[in-house]
Design a protein. Structure first.
Lengths: 772, 156
């Protein structure tokens, strides 16, 4: 019987967060600390002719100045296309061209103003569809020289840095066989993650040459890898510490400002250098969610079966796509959403433009593609005269069916169950009660979604557990609790197996010098992957305890079990020994010691996740799991002002097993409100390559006033290789938000909108279009 | 140019010299090491820097430190009494009304200010009062519930 797993125990990090005791990177103050400021490009695309830093160098209080020329090596997670500061040309407005470290922030900012940069402007690539044309100016003329992971298909001589092709079945023939063929286009704009904590990092280099970086980052080991690569230092001499992260959502998955301050710290003789992004920097210079144009051609039979899909995703990757190429690939894996389609022809392109750098954002491409996929389902249902829910049921991926890449759908695909739950929770088939005001109208909408962790096949996790002499324990991992609650859930897993109560654990994270390897805290993979490593570490400990108890109690190991913090006989329950008495090993009657301290080691890498075929994109086991689910939404449209109010949202996902149900629900709630933002308010406005609205005044994110009534739930079809059956859910939980809202909007007004967000302006324009 | 100011900080009288152009947030964080209030935007739009000035919630990034002269300032650090937490701090924990925690001190101080003025607001009043404090993680539901739990207790 489980004791801790599946229980909504209170978060372990509550007290330090409600008291202000928790130190985030910006709260760290060190003796002699210097402050950095960055000179940024004022052009979206320009050659750097000359940088004159002499006046900045001469300013009193300035301790170091650096430019991109100091470290011209290109690096990147999947495609080595970026330098941390521009070298010969700038590729977006705001790109770092030089940096300064000074004794105060004011002096650093003053010094930056004194840096003179001479540019020669180049033609600007503003639009992704134009960027794909043969005659487009090139953002990266040297793309052919860039190193990349072999699964990506770059197209040197163009702006396309990744072309993922999916070719399944025979689409041409299937279109001929189709009763009806539909075509539609969709667009989602750039948006930004908006963690409340802006990016911040501190770098210090001691006399032994050891570089320590304190960074608000999701993935200390990935940051270390990028930095050791860029600066050619050995891994044991570069320590990344991430004490706490004030929200990530993907924005802090990569390496950004850390690479700007290390070259400064190399010149400051041991003094630490801190760089804190302003909110404007955060919007413009961390990562943005890529804008994306999608085109769909869908062949269906009169009975509702979708037999052919030909689609194209064009991702506006911005100036660098070191991370973006993998989003394009992932979109191809999920090409048709949670539906089983026999014939698919999908092209997904990561494309360079002179826009801000695209990167991972909660959902990793899936929210963007589902916006089109799910609206398409509604249109098809309407044209065929089939209930939209029924159309989804007919086509849904079901156990034994096939995913887009032709992998067999797992037995644990609970999409239909989730649909039943949401339809009931939102009372989908009962029409909305209409408000008294004649100019307001209410309706309901529905959408499905799915997502798989997108990561290298061998993305690994590890865990170390040390048992203290009093029977308490340290759990050391490098999963970052960025708010999602991993510290709590991971302790629950260890507590369950070791029978040690959660309050007797302390979890250590965020320090590459002390905690073991973790690929990244991304992809909704932590509970699954780190959870599995922890289980192995616990089994390791259990084996050691049983071995020692066997000596002590004189009982065969096979007759011993771990329960209630004791190793006990399965036959004689009174024959037992507490864990704490074995924690440092055994003391024998003659005074000698046996074994020594109990320490558990657990490592995990998913089994048999294999590459796809480069020509067809097909793969029988390309991802660790798919998480399925859906949303039901009820909203109210004010036809006079164009304002939309979300009244209620029901969501349900197949989470495999909720290690902590309350934390799972909290993820769903946060995802709903973030999803509402992306559907109704959020849009980066670019004009001539400039980011026009980099503030919360001009870029609205949801407030407490925008919160709808929420009915969140989950179903649990266990993941066969997940810890206690768990699979990831925090990103999937956002994906159906925008299409469900647009679906309800259509049901309310009869007006189609194929672009996000549904701002009052866009709504009014669309409503007028209908009336004309 | 520095100014001499005298004010009450978390129930203690303090005298301090501060630059004319320094914000109250910077003074608290840099000069007094009270880092609970955070800078999320520096423009009064996110509420992460909220503290109480004479009992009212204020964005400390928009107030100059010199304006604190003669005022009573309470930060998140002054809300608990050692290990004894304020009611709001307790209900934020028990309701799971926090995730990354970066907005949490500001949230709690805004709620504290609201409840000082009106100990029994309605849910809608709470939602409006909290709408100047941005949270990107929680979806606000549990934050509102945590505050309403204190409101319910206030009614009894």
């Amino acid at each position: 019987m489980v004791k801790y797993v599946g229980k909504s125990i209170t978060r372990v990090d509550g007290t330090k967060k409600v008291t202000g005791d928790l130190k985030y990177v910006d709260d760290i103050k060190m003796p002699g600390m210097l402050y950095a400021a960055v000179k940024r490009s004022i052009y979206p695309h320009a050659k750097i002719i000359k940088i004159d830093t002499s006046k900045a160098d001469a300013l009193t209080g300035v301790k170091a100045v650096t430019t991109g020329k100091d470290f011209p090596k290109r690096v990147g997670l999947y495609l080595a296309d970026k330098t941390f500061m521009a070298v010969d040309k700038v590729r977006y407005c705001g790109e770092a061209v030089a940096a300064v470290a000074a004794v105060t922030e004011e002096i650093a900012r003053e010094a930056v103003k004194l840096i003179e940069v001479e540019y020669e402007e180049l033609p600007v690539v503003e639009n992704v569809l134009d960027a794909m044309k043969e005659d487009s100016p090139l953002v990266h003329p040297d793309l052919g020289d860039y190193k990349h992971i072999p699964i990506f298909h770059t197209m040197p001589g163009t702006n396309i840095s990744e072309h993922f092709k999916l070719r399944k079945g025979d689409v041409d023939k299937a279109f001929e066989d189709s009763d009806l063929v539909f075509e539609s286009d969709f667009y989602v704009p750039h948006i930004q993650h908006c963690p409340i904590e802006n990016h911040v990092a501190i770098a210090q280099i001691d006399r032994e040459g050891i570089i320590t970086v304190w960074a608000s980052c999701q993935s200390p080991y990935a940051v270390r890898a990028a930095l050791t690569d860029a600066f050619e230092v050995p891994a044991h001499k570069l320590r990344v510490i991430s004490p706490s992260v004030g929200g990530g959502f993907g924005a802090k998955a990569g390496t950004t400002l850390e690479g700007i301050i290390i070259p400064l710290a190399m010149k400051t003789k041991g003094k630490p250098v801190k760089l804190t992004y302003s909110r404007e920097d955060e919007f413009n210079n961390s990562y943005v969610r890529q804008a994306m144009h999608s085109k769909f051609k869908t062949g269906v039979m009169k009975d509702g079966r979708i037999i052919a899909v030909k689609n194209q995703f064009a991702w506006d990757g911005g100036a660098y796509t070191e991370y973006g190429v993998n989003i394009a690939k992932s979109a191809g894996f999920g090409a048709v959403g949670p539906y089983d389609v026999a014939n698919i022809h999908c092209d997904s392109y990561a494309v360079y433009t002179n826009n801000p750098v695209g990167g991972p954002y909660r959902g990793f491409g899936m929210s963007e593609i589902h916006f089109g996929i799910e609206q398409n389902m509604d249109y098809i249902a309407e044209k065929l005269g089939i209930d939209p829910i029924e159309l989804r049921r007919i086509n849904a991926q079901k156990p034994g069916g096939r995913t887009a890449t032709n992998a067999v759908v797992d037995d644990a695909c609970g999409l239909l169950e989730c649909m039943d739950k949401v339809i009931k929770d939102i009372d989908y088939y009962t029409p909305s009660e209409q408000p008294k005001e004649p100019y307001k109208v209410r309706a309901k909408g529905f959408a499905c979604g799915m997502k798989a962790p997108s990561m290298p096949n061998n993305a690994a996790s590890s865990a170390l557990i040390r048992i203290n002499e009093d029977g308490t324990a340290y759990l050391s991992v490098s999963a970052q609790d960025i708010g999602q609650g991993s510290d709590t859930a991971l302790i629950q897993i260890a507590a369950e197996i070791l029978s040690i109560p959660p309050e007797k654990f302390t979890i250590n994270t965020g320090d590459t010098a002390h905690n073991p390897y973790e690929w990244q805290t991304v992809a909704s993979r932590i509970t699954y992957s780190v959870g599995n490593a922890i289980i192995k570490a616990c089994e390791d400990i259990k084996q050691q305890l049983v071995q020692l108890a066997s000596i002590k109690l004189g009982i065969f190991p096979r007759d011993l079990k771990l329960e209630d913090e004791c190793i006990m006989s399965t036959i004689y329950p009174d024959k037992k020994i507490p864990i704490k008495e074995l924690a440092l090993g055994l003391n024998m009657p003659d005074g000698s010691g046996v074994h020594g301290p109990i320490m558990g080691r657990g490592i995990f890498v998913p089994e048999n996740i294999r590459n796809f075929d480069m020509n067809t994109g097909l793969a029988d086991n390309p991802v660790v799991f798919w998480t399925y689910g859906c949303y039901g939404v009820e909203l109210e449209v004010d036809m006079e002002t164009g304002n939309i109010r979300i009244l209620q949202v029901a969501s349900c996902f197949d989470v495999g097993k909720a290690i902590n149900p309350d934390l799972v629900k909290a993820q769903s709630e946060g995802a709903i409100v973030q999803g509402i933002g992306s559907a109704l308010f959020e849009e980066i406005i670019m004009k001539n390559g400039k980011f026009m609205n980099p503030s919360f005044m001009d870029y609205k994110i949801p407030t407490s006033n925008d919160m709808p009534e929420m009915k969140v739930s989950f179903v649990e079809n266990p993941q066969k290789d997940g810890p206690f059956g768990a699979r990831g859910m925090a990103e999937p939980a956002m994906i159906p938000a925008a299409p469900a809202i647009v679906s309800a909007f259509y049901n309310a007004t009869g007006v189609k909108i194929n672009e996000l967000p549904l701002t009052p302006e866009r709504v009014i324009k669309a409503l007028k279009g209908k009336n004309n | 140019m520095k100014y001499q100011i005298i004010f009450t900080l978390n129930n203690e009288k303090v005298q301090h010299e501060v630059e004319a152009n320094k914000t109250l947030l910077k003074m608290l964080r840099e000069d007094f090491d009270l880092t609970g209030a955070k800078e999320g935007c520096g423009q009064g739009e996110c509420g992460a820097c909220t503290i109480l000035v004479n009992g009212k919630p204020v964005n400390s990034c928009l107030m100059l430190a010199v304006e604190a002269d003669g005022k009573e300032i309470v930060t998140i650090e002054g809300l608990s009494d050692g290990e004894k937490l304020d009611e709001l701090q307790k209900t934020f924990i028990t309701n799971g009304a926090l995730q990354c925690g970066y907005c949490t001190p500001g949230m709690i101080m805004t709620a504290k200010g609201l409840l000082k003025e009106n100990p029994t607001p309605t849910v809608d009043e709470v939602k409006v009062a909290m709408s100047g404090n941005l949270c990107r993680c929680t979806g606000y539901k549990r934050i509102i519930e945590a505050i309403m739990e204190v409101v319910e207790n206030n009614k009894n």
